[in-house]
Design a protein around this ligand. Structure first.
Ligand code: HEC
Length: 152
């Protein structure tokens, strides 16, 4: 738990530093690149936990805890980079609805952040059954947003 707290605190520091960076996206392409890079990392660390959940990879509690903690931190990062004008055009799969529907988009992001925090908690306890069920709940929160706001 101590570790998770440490990560959450360092996550908060990262957010406050990046809060400055958000305001400094000089061009829409930079916001798109930032959020896509973060989403790629989210997909990667989520996928590593998924391999354990599916039984393709042996459960290593420490490794899963590290992936889940990283995921929970990454899940706090990209959202401001989505709700920026003109970032629905260019090299992106974001639907324009995000810009019309910022509050609902934020709500979907908050749901996912909450699910990833619970996943990190389950992984911290080292209980594979709890990790499995919370992995499913987290995947639902990804899908809920993708179905609505991602174009493929
Ligand atoms: C609140 C909305 C939202 C949530 C929640 C969300 N995503 Fe996404 N995701 C998006 C949008 C929108 C894009 C398209 C971004 C773009 O192209 O600019 C995206 C893109 C991606 C990509 C493609 C990255 C790239 O550009 O190659 C991956 C991988 C991904 N998400 C994984 C996940 C996973 C895994 C979760 C859950 C753990 C998740 N996402 C949760 C909205 C969301």
């Amino acid at each position: 738990m101590q570790r998770i707290f440490g990560w959450v605190v360092s996550g908060a520091v990262v957010i406050s530093l990046f809060g400055v960076a958000y305001a400094q996206f000089a061009k829409p392409e930079q916001a798109i690149a930032y959020r896509r890079a973060t989403m790629t990392l989210i997909g990667d660390h989520f996928g590593r936990i998924g391999a354990v959940v599916k039984g393709d990879k042996q459960y290593d509690p420490k490794e899963t805890e590290q992936n889940a903690t990283l995921l929970a931190t990454l899940a706090t990062l990209p959202w401001d980079a989505f709700t920026i004008a003109d970032t629905d055009k260019g090299e992106t799969h974001m639907k324009p609805e995000v810009l019309k529907d910022k509050e609902a988009f934020r709500k979907a992001a908050d749901d996912m952040q909450m699910e990833t925090a619970k996943l990190a908690e389950a992984a911290d306890k080292g209980e594979l059954a709890a990790v499995k069920s919370q992995f499913g709940a987290t995947a639902k929160s990804c899908k809920a947003c993708h179905d609505r706001y991602r174009s493929h």
